[in-house]
Structures are given as structure tokens and as C-alpha cells.
Design a protein around this ligand. Structure first.
Ligand SMILES: Nc1ncnc2c1ncn2[C@@H]1O[C@H](COP(=O)(O)OP(=O)(O)O)[C@@H](O)[C@H]1O
Ligand SMILES: [Mg+2]
Length: 241
């Protein structure tokens, strides 16, 4: 469902992302981990069609994000790292606004919005303005909004930053649930325990290069770390890069 082919992005002399190749299948949760400045957000912005690659391709459900952005964007749910929220809207108004952008059939909107707001623990807050929401509530609302059009692919940048443990659990459960419904999920995080716990496969990026990818066992074999935990594998890979 997701295919990145020789994807690169340069900023002047900086190789923010270099020749990235990876695939994510339907029903798979792919974790993207790396130190600050590794190139995670740059990769995700290219996947969402926010910035243009310097070279390489992005296929979303077979549609090229550059050549056919309308088809690609129809099936992608996208959660940026610093989302923009219209804080004077209520949660419900915000969902309606996003739903109109995605051209969700308006007769379907009330039941979809109710289901998502309940799922994300925001139903009783639906008529409060977003300015009154906590950080965690805003984050949950953003993820809910990204699911309004039933995307087959979900791309999320650092979804757990600033969430309390119960919200982290809620988001993890929802992502697992979506994967069981065959959504392909690409999630960046620098919280290794979340990646280890949540993701089927993990890619480790540092200074723009994908150092290794696969299951924890495959990463261990790439790093020659035996059966170490993700933290040990990650630190070894990044140190040797
Ligand atoms: N708009 C930009 N202009 C110049 N350099 C940028 C820009 N965005 C990102 N970079 C650089 O690209 C590299 C990767 O950044 P980023 O993708 O944000 O990393 P991460 O999300 O992994 O922390 C960093 O060296 C960063 O300074
Ligand atoms: Mg980032």
C-alpha cells in the first residue's frame, strides 16, 4: 500500500533523506525511528504530498503522489507533527470542516463523527471550542479527523508526543484496530518502547540514511546484537553509522 522508491530530499548541501526504499503492506504497522534531525518528518511530509522530493517516487495504493496526487490523497490519512487547528471551532465543527474537504458524503457525516468522537473519548466535548482542549485531546481530535474518509493508508508523525499514558494506550489500541481492518500504517516515533510494542516492522533512519529495517529479530541480525531489545539495537546501529 505504501512504496517509497529511491526517495531523496536535499536542502542545499544537506541530505535530509537519501535513497530511501521501503514498503508497507495492508494491515501492517511500520515504525520509523531515528534521532532528532534524522529525516523522519521530511520523509513523512513527502509522503503526505506537503513537500516535493528532490528525486525518487512515492506510491500510495499504487498511485504516484507526485503524478496523481488526487488519487493518492483520497486514500491517505495524514497526521503532521505540528498540525494546524482552527481553535475557535468546536470539535464537531472541525470534523465537519475536514469532512467537507475530503468530500465525505454529508449524509454519512453524523454517524461517522459520532463513532470517532466516542472512540477517541471526545464525545462529551464535541460542542466545546478546541481552544479549551488539552494537548492530548487536540492530538486525539487530529487523528480522528484523519480517519473521517476511511483511509486505506495512515501516515502519522510522532503521534504520542505529550500524551499521558492512558491516551497513549488509547491511540495504540486504535492503531492496532485499524491494522486489523487492513489499513497500512506508517508511524514515526522516538519512543522506542512504543515502536517495539506496536510495530510489526521497524525502519531505523539516521542522517538521512535508512540503516536497517525489519522485525526486531531482523534488526538484531543487521546490528549483530543477538537478541537485544530495540533500545540496544537502535543505539548500536546509530553509533556505528
Ligand atoms: N525546511 C528545511 N530547510 C532546511 N533544512 C531542513 C528543513 N527541514 C528539515 N531540514 C533538515 O533536514 C534534516 C532532517 O530533519 P527532519 O526531517 O525534521 O528530522 P526528524 O523529523 O527525524 O527529527 C535536519 O538536518 C533538518 O535540519
Ligand atoms: Mg520530526
Amino acid at each position: 500500500m505504501i512504496e517509497l522508491i529511491d526517495l531523496s530530499k536535499n536542502y542545499g548541501d544537506t541530505h535530509a533523506v537519501r535513497k530511501l526504499n521501503l514498503r508497507v503492506a495492508a494491515g501492517e504497522i511500520y515504525g520509523f525511528i531515528g534521532p532528532n534531525g534524522a529525516g523522519k518528518t521530511t520523509t513523512i511530509r513527502m509522503m503526505g504530498g506537503i513537500i516535493e522530493p528532490t528525486s525518487g517516487r512515492i506510491l500510495i495504493g499504487g498511485s504516484d503522489m507526485h503524478a496523481d496526487p488526487v488519487s493518492a490523497k483520497k486514500i491517505i490519512g495524514f497526521v503532521p507533527d505540528r498540525p494546524f487547528l482552527y481553535e475557535k471551532l468546536t470539535g464537531m465543527e472541525f470534523l465537519k470542516f475536514i469532512s467537507d474537504i475530503y468530500q465525505v458524503q454529508s449524509s454519512l457525516f453524523p454517524s461517522k463523527a459520532k463513532k470517532l468522537l466516542e472512540q477517541f473519548g471526545l464525545w462529551s466535548w464535541r460542542n466545546e471550542i478546541i481552544a479549551a482542549y488539552s494537548h492530548g485531546m487536540k492530538q486525539r481530535l487530529i487523528i480522528a479527523a484523519a480517519l473521517l474518509h476511511d483511509p486505506k493508508v495512515l501516515v502519522i508523525d510522532e503521534p504520542m508526543v505529550g500524551l499521558d499514558p492512558s491516551a497513549v494506550r488509547l491511540v495504540k489500541d486504535i492503531l492496532r484496530d485499524l491494522a486489523r481492518q487492513d489499513v497500512a500504517i506508517f508511524v514515526s516515533t522516538h519512543t522506542l518502547s512504543i515502536a517495539e510494542d506496536l510495530c510489526h516492522r521497524i525502519g531505523v533512519i539516521s542522517k538521512g540514511d535508512l540503516l536497517a529495517q525489519g522485525t526486531l529479530a531482523e534488526l538484531n541480525s543487521a546490528a549483530r546484537t543477538g537478541d537485544a531489545d530495540l533500545e540496544e539495537v537502535f543505539l548500536t546501529l546509530v553509533r556505528e553509522a
